[in-house]
Design a protein around this ligand. Structure first.
Ligand SMILES: Cc1cc2nc3c(=O)[nH]c(=O)nc-3n(C[C@H](O)[C@H](O)[C@H](O)COP(=O)(O)O)c2cc1C
Length: 356
């Protein structure tokens, strides 16, 4: 029976266990170029035993960065520092993954510890892009420029170019970010997408940007490697994106060659009330897995080894992603293995052996 420490093979890639580091922006890059911080942050979690380590939302174009400190893959000089990270992760048993992203109307913000609000041009910001000229609100008040058909084609091409660079940098797991109110999610939700062309209006039109991007990326991302998509499974707002739509979208994505849906929620509507509670996205992951017939990952307030193990054992998701708990404890997988009686399958790195 599958459990937290059972390996998982997707395509030709095998995770040593079902624990993944959820993508987390570090806001520590310069000109989108990763550095020692990224190596230490991601590397420590590979040494801590995670099966999958997904690098932060990495911008496919400069205007798609959430903040000026976000990492990117829009130019060649950004490749080698990431390749250094992937080499380290592989040496220490983790599969290197990366999340490719465009922040849409939420781009051009200050780092969270600098307030997180939109930056003026004078303060280093820029005009964000979006499906419609509608601001997010709540400090992210810059009105995005409504994307033209050319803009859409260019950003889709940017995703493709970044996917090629990710491959060259040694990544083996690619995630397209279509959650948390960033560009692809903005197209999905009728609350941020008021377009009247073929990219807005009905469900078919709102999913078109993501489907086209996925198809184009699948064309360059090798068939042997997993392609995954993170979704906000609901906006948590009446009239917004729904879990029913997510299930149908997951079916369409599966048909485009997507191998796994990473289930999150929210972030698209400033006023939304998100009922965050331990494991609150698990029912979404379970529904998508069952009804769309595709593997799922789940994230969100998963902190306890038994909780994580039960999600996998009960077949509710295939991979469990942790974010903040892995910031608190990079060695959480090693600890969980001991708590669950699986120490034999996940030994600590030899230099740490005397601590366990
Ligand atoms: C510091 C930090 C940075 C984050 N950056 C990203 C990101 O780049 N991409 C993303 O999809 N989610 C991002 N998130 C959200 C997490 O991946 C995760 O979905 C969320 O924190 C809930 O999981 P948790 O309860 O285990 O922390 C970030 C979260 C944190 C705490």
């Amino acid at each position: 029976m599958a459990h937290l420490f059972a390996p998982l093979t997707l395509k030709t890639v095998t995770l040593r266990n079902r624990i993944g580091v959820s993508p987390m922006c570090m806001y520590a890059a310069e000109d989108g170029v990763a550095n020692d911080w990224h190596l230490v942050h991601l590397g420590a979690r590979a040494a801590g035993g995670a099966g999958l380590v997904i690098a932060e939302a990495t911008a496919v174009a400069p205007e798609g960065r959430i903040t000026p400190g976000c990492a990117g893959l829009w130019t060649e000089k950004q490749l080698e520092p990431l390749a250094r990270v992937t080499r380290f992760l592989k040496q220490h048993g983790a599969v290197p993954g990366i999340q490719l992203a465009h922040a849409g109307r939420k781009a051009a913000a200050a780092r969270p510890w600098e307030g997180g609000a939109h930056l003026s041009d004078a303060a280093g910001g820029w005009t964000p892009l979006g499906p419609s000229a509608l601001a997010y609100g709540g400090g992210l008040d810059r009105v995005p420029r409504e994307m033209s058909a050319n803009d859409i084609a260019r950003v889709e091409a940017d995703f493709v170019a970044a996917a090629k660079r990710a491959l060259a940098a040694g990544y083996e797991w690619l995630e397209l970010h279509s959650a948390h109110g960033y560009l692809a999610h903005e197209f999905l939700s009728p609350l941020s997408n008021h377009r009247t062309d073929r990219y807005g209006g009905n469900f078919e039109n709102r999913i078109r940007f993501l489907l086209e991007t996925t198809r184009a990326v699948r064309g360059v991302w090798p068939e042997r490697l997993p392609l995954t998509v993170r979704l906000s499974c609901t906006d948590w707002v009446d009239g917004g994106w729904t879990i029913d739509e997510s299930v149908e979208l997951a079916r369409r994505l599966r048909a485009e060659g997507v191998d796994l849906i990473d289930c999150s929620s929210g972030g698209g509507v400033h006023a939304a009330k998100v009922p965050a509670a331990p494991g609150f996205h698990v029912p979404f992951a379970e529904r998508i897995k069952r009804e769309a017939g595709i593997a799922t990952a789940v994230v969100g307030l998963i902190t306890e080894p038994k909780q994580a193990d039960a999600i996998v054992r009960e077949g509710r998701a295939d991979v469990v992603l942790l974010a903040r708990e892995l910031l608190r404890d990079p060695n959480w997988p090693l600890r969980a293995a001991r708590e669950l009686g699986q120490a034999g399958v996940l030994p600590p790195p030899p230099p740490y052996a005397r601590a366990w």
